[in-house]
Design a protein around this ligand. Structure first.
Ligand code: URA
Length: 190
């Protein structure tokens, strides 16, 4: 049977495909407009996201909202998801085996959404979505095309909280995203 957002969400909520199911409080499925033309992908939920079941609600999430606002976007105009849907303990990087167990959910979300633009938030998402040998310091802000979808990666908001010297480059990357949205996205008036 064809996927619908509701059936996909219900299946995902019951997932026990890897060890993270043992320690999670909530599955963090995703948030935003299910007809958005722009998909943002983070790495995995942290403590606050695990508690609330919503992506990017902690400090990094507040910064992400500010970054979106700079270019005239907000959570009603994009869809936000993660590579892994359950919190890795102590916020460690998700293991390869966890990423592999989880990636099917993001694939199905992407198939339903059919975004024009994918923005990877940080190195881990860029490695999974753009290319395995992605180097965030050298390649952030560059555009890649995969199957007719334009993709880029920017520094993860948590990295920008730790290291403010990366913010000017990220501002340039956000301006490039704004230009791409204006070029490609009819529905998004920014
Ligand atoms: N960091 C992420 O990569 N995803 C979240 O949802 C929150 C913090």
């Amino acid at each position: 049977m064809a996927d619908t957002w509701e059936s996909l969400r219900q299946d995902c909520m019951q997932c026990r495909g890897c060890g993270l199911a043992e320690t999670r409080t909530h599955v963090v499925f995703g948030v935003g407009a299910t007809d958005a033309e722009i998909l943002l992908v983070g790495e995995g939920p942290g403590q606050h996201e695990d508690e609330e079941g919503v992506p990017f609600v902690g400090k990094a999430g507040q910064l992400l909202d500010d970054m979106l606002e700079i270019i005239g976007l907000d959570r009603t105009k994009v869809y936000i998801a993660n590579i892994v849907k359950c919190r890795p303990p102590q916020n460690r990087d998700p293991l390869n085996v966890e990423q592999e167990a989880c990636i099917g959910w993001l694939r199905r979300q992407t198939a339903l959404l059919r975004p024009k633009i994918i923005i990877c938030l940080g190195r881990i998402a860029a490695k999974v979505i753009i290319k395995e040998d992605f180097r965030i310091t050298a390649e952030h802000g560059q555009w890649f095309q995969r199957g007719g979808v334009q993709m880029t990666a920017i520094y993860h908001p948590a990295a920008l909280l730790r290291d403010v010297s990366k913010r000017p480059e990220t501002f340039q990357d956000l301006k490039s995203i704004q230009a791409k949205v204006r070029e490609l996205c009819g529905h998004t008036d920014i």
